[in-house]
Design a protein around this ligand. Structure first.
Ligand code: B12
Ligand code: SF4
Length: 492
């Protein structure tokens, strides 16, 4: 029987009535490689719904926590019904599921829906969570294969090898009778330009929102070593670069095909090598692409000249992870930037009138009421246009995870309840603060951050109307929708 692959990004945000309006990039890469090898493939973003909002407040997400817990107990949620209907209709031979820890419980329901339609469909789990815990994930009765690490070559070999050559497919874990077999690891792909562009056209649910398709990954790997980060487990700390030409070719292609003028570099640290970043800027300018773009960077990489050149090439917003306002905690998590560097970087971003986004975390094992207060104060000092707050989750495979185990914050692997391993969980795994107080503290901080963001949005509209105007123009066909959403957000 001819192989037919369905790749699924499991539902999660939709359980909180929020739609994830971005195409799943990792699945896009896998689909492109499969397509190049003549294998029929489709991608389902089960976390996207055209009928619900893409932005809701953290409070709404926390309020709906029970709905999520209930949704992952049965096959009844509309997203699981949608998956069932698509499988019945498309009749795949292989279903690949991308799994990050927050979506693990949902991914297991997806696997059980697949098997309930047809137990002969092979279910393959890949992505960061199965890569970190292949031994545990493969024990699930509905998971046939785990693909560890970078997936483009492995998925093609696996689909082809399913007939009779599984033993020779590197980087897979599977069961043979009662034994778990881990085939040897695969080398990372050296020639990054050899990887085909993500297959955005293979999405089952299409949208006319150009920004759905606007994410770009120029580099793989990050040299830093933050103890809470699992990225190195997939990509390692060695950075691999696509050529600037290849990256800008993709941008130009997406711009022309999807009428997209705003791009989002989601690399771990896009400006890790300033020379490379400037080469990309030069290529964008040389082609007169007239695009706007955003990226993430460690604050320590930011320099005056770099920001100037990035702005000239269309960069309008920079994000950096601040994490904590307590210098000791920053040291303990191996943060590559100091508070002083962050203050300097924030000032530079403001000097060039770019939008500044900062991400903060609370609930580290060493956090106390005082250090959390310091984090809030530091947020106010940096005064970003958008401040994000997450509860620290010790993702498996990270050093921080081991710290939590050592500190007795939770017990051994088998006892861990992954329903709580996500950014919305209102409880912290912290022993310095009582559980009831934790919930109050989280609610209070979410309120402070939300109020800050609203105020900044109003100020931004007055202080830098040109930036907002340009963004709306850049999004002509969704401009009005965006404006309505902003107004809704302001009056909520
Ligand atoms: C961009 C990004 C986001 C974006 C997502 C945008 C999007 N449309 O996907 C946003 C901002 C929404 C986001 C949110 C979050 N993220 Co995030 N995110 C990333 C980031 C930087 C890039 C993801 C990406 O697209 N990579 C590029 C693609 C090509 O890689 P990939 O998806 O891993 O796929 C490859 C392989 O893993 C494998 N593969 C993947 N799936 C499958 C499936 C099969 C079948 C096979 C065979 C292979 C395979 O093959 C692919 C190609 O080689 C990663 C770090 C990183 N560098 O990867 C963190 C990361 C994935 N995020 C992480 C976290 C923690 C979060 C949040 C919880 C953060 C928060 N506190 O809010 C939320 C959770 C979101 C959710 N609901 O799951 C962690 C995940 C840890 C874990 N154990 O799961 C990572 C690893 C970073 C970290 N700090 O450790 N994130
Ligand atoms: S800088 Fe970002 S990607 Fe790199 S290790 Fe730290 S958190 Fe991970």
């Amino acid at each position: 029987m001819k192989a037919r692959v369905l790749l699924i990004d499991p539902p999660f945000q939709v359980f909180f009535e929020q739609s994830h309006n971005q195409f799943p990039l990792g699945l896009g890469y896998l689909a492109a490689s499969l397509e190049k090898n003549g294998i029929e493939t489709l991608i389902l973003n089960a976390d996207y719904s055209p009928t619900i909002k893409s932005v809701v407040s953290e409070k709404q997400m926390i309020d709906k926590y029970e709905d999520y817990i209930n949704a992952i107990k049965t096959h009844d949620h509309p997203s699981f019904k949608e998956i069932r209907a698509i499988i019945e209709d498309y009749n795949p031979t292989i279903v690949g599921v991308t799994v990050r820890t927050p979506k693990y419980m949902s991914a297991l329901i997806v696997a059980s829906v697949v098997k309930s339609v047809n137990k002969n469909i092979s279910v393959v789990f890949g992505g960061v969570h199965p890569t970190l815990l292949p031994e545990i994930v493969i024990k699930n009765e509905n998971v046939d294969f785990v693909v560890r690490g970078e997936g483009e070559i492995t998925i093609v070999e696996l689909v082809k090898g399913l007939v009779n050559d599984i033993e020779n497919v590197k980087s897979i874990t599977y069961k043979r009778n009662d034994t778990i077999i881990h085939n040897p690891d695969r080398e990372l792909i050296h020639d990054m330009d050899s990887i085909p562009f993500p297959a955005r056209h293979l999405m089952i649910k299409k949208t006319d929102d150009p920004n759905y398709y606007n994410i770009i990954f120029a580099t793989r790997g990050c040299p830093h070593n933050c103890t809470f980060c699992a990225s190195k487990n997939i990509w390692t700390r060695q950075v691999r670069f696509r050529s600037p030409k290849n990256v800008v070719d993709e941008i130009e292609f997406v711009k022309n095909k999807y009428k997209c003028n705003i791009f989002n570099f989601i690399d771990d640290s896009f400006v890790v090598n300033p020379k490379y970043t400037i080469q990309i800027c030069d290529e964008i300018n040389r082609r007169k692409l007239k695009i706007k773009w955003v990226c993430e960077t460690p604050a320590s990489s930011v320099t005056d000249d770099l920001i100037k050149q990035m702005k000239a090439a269309g960069c309008y917003s920079l994000m950096f992870g601040v994490e904590s306002g307590n210098a000791e905690i920053l040291k303990k998590v191996n943060k590559s930037s100091t508070k002083e560097e962050m203050i300097l970087a924030a000032a530079l971003v403001k000097k060039y009138k770019l939008r500044l986004t900062c991400a903060f975390m609370i609930g580290f094992p060493w956090d106390t009421r005082d250090t959390i207060r310091e984090t809030v104060e530091f947020m106010k000092e940096l005064d970003p246009d958008l401040a994000g707050i997450s509860i620290t989750i010790p993702y498996p495979g990270t050093e921080l995870y081991n710290t939590y185990i050592e500190e007795g914050c939770f017990n051994k692997e088998e006892d861990i309840d992954y329903t709580y391993f996500n950014q919305i969980n209102p409880r912290m795994f912290n022993r310095n603060i009582e559980e009831e107080d934790q919930i109050k503290i989280v609610a209070n901080i979410v309120k402070i951050f939300n109020n800050h963001n609203r105020l900044k949005l109003i100020k931004g509209l007055f202080n830098n109307p040109r930036l907002y105007f340009n963004l709306l123009i850049g999004n002509k066909n969704i401009g009005v929708k965006l404006l309505i959403n902003m107004l809704r957000y302001l009056i909520r």
